[in-house]
Ligand binder design. Structure first.
Ligand code: 8X3
Length: 250
């Protein structure tokens, strides 16, 4: 029998990259998966087998509508994957703007916290919350203050939630990837394709399915096993900024 047969899941940020790959992996493992993203037209790329609704994690009303619609269709939830997140810019903090701060922190931190709060009452016993963190939430690097702050916050929230839910049959995992080739860099560099390409130049980065497999591993352990954290990097990186590229040394 499929590992997740009879289970239900919500994946945020599912229109592309890690979120999309995770939604597919959970569905392939037998779960009924609800996906949400701001770009709903891209959710249709996932195929017919998904319950899909608009979701802007920065908008409380959108989150409420999404959770209400999904639980009406799927009933109780077994797995919540908080995948929505982004970075904006690789600039010194002195060049930060009110708008960038709002977008990054609202999406990566408040959106994740909000979705978790709204989904928790619908989480069945044995349920699982998986947060997508980052190596940026474990070690700061230059010119990424907002992103680093947001991912440290995700890790802090994950730890704190585990304390508050300890004793309840709910599992909590943070999956913290390094270099994954997605449109993350294109968004970060505000559409500058050349800069985005350079991030992955001369290295074999992780792929979204690599990360989806980590999520799948965590959620398919026996019920008494809580995988607290998975930190996963490309072979040729030791941190967000120390990367050995082909022909360059480091
Ligand atoms: C993305 C990884 O290295 O750009 O979460 O911070 S990194």
């Amino acid at each position: 029998m499929a590992a997740l047969a009879g289970r239900t899941a919500i994946v945020t940020g599912a229109s592309s990259g890690i979120g999309a790959a995770t939604a597919v992996a959970l569905a392939e493992a037998g779960a009924r998966v609800a996906v949400g993203a701001r770009r709903t037209e891209r959710l249709s790329d996932l195929g017919q087998n998904f319950v899909s609704h608009t979701l802007d994690v920065r908008d409380p009303a959108s989150c409420e509508r999404f959770v209400e619609a999904v639980t009406r269709e799927l009933g109780a939830i077994d797995i919540l994957v908080n995948g929505a997140g982004l970075a904006l810019g690789r600039d010194p903090f002195t060049e930060s703007t009110e708008r960038d701060e709002e977008v990054v922190l609202e999406t990566n931190v408040q959106g994740l916290i909000r979705m978790t709060r709204l989904c928790l009452p619908h989480l069945r016993d044995g349920g699982h919350v998986v947060n997508l963190g980052s190596v940026a939430g474990r070690q700061a690097y230059p010119n990424a203050a907002l992103y680093v702050t947001s991912k440290f916050a995700v890790r802090g929230f994950t730890y704190a939630l585990r304390e508050d839910l300890l004793g309840r049959p709910i599992r909590i995992t943070t999956v913290d990837p390094g270099l994954v080739e997605t449109d993350f860099s294109l968004v970060r560099f505000r559409g500058d394709e050349e800069k985005a390409r350079q991030v992955y130049e001369g290295v074999e980065p992780l792929t979204p399915p690599d990360i989806a497999e980590c999520v799948l591993f965590a959620v398919t352990r026996p019920p008494h096993v809580n995988v607290d954290e998975i930190v996963v990097k490309a072979l040729t990186q030791s941190s967000a900024t120390r990367i050995v590229r082909a022909g360059q040394g480091d």
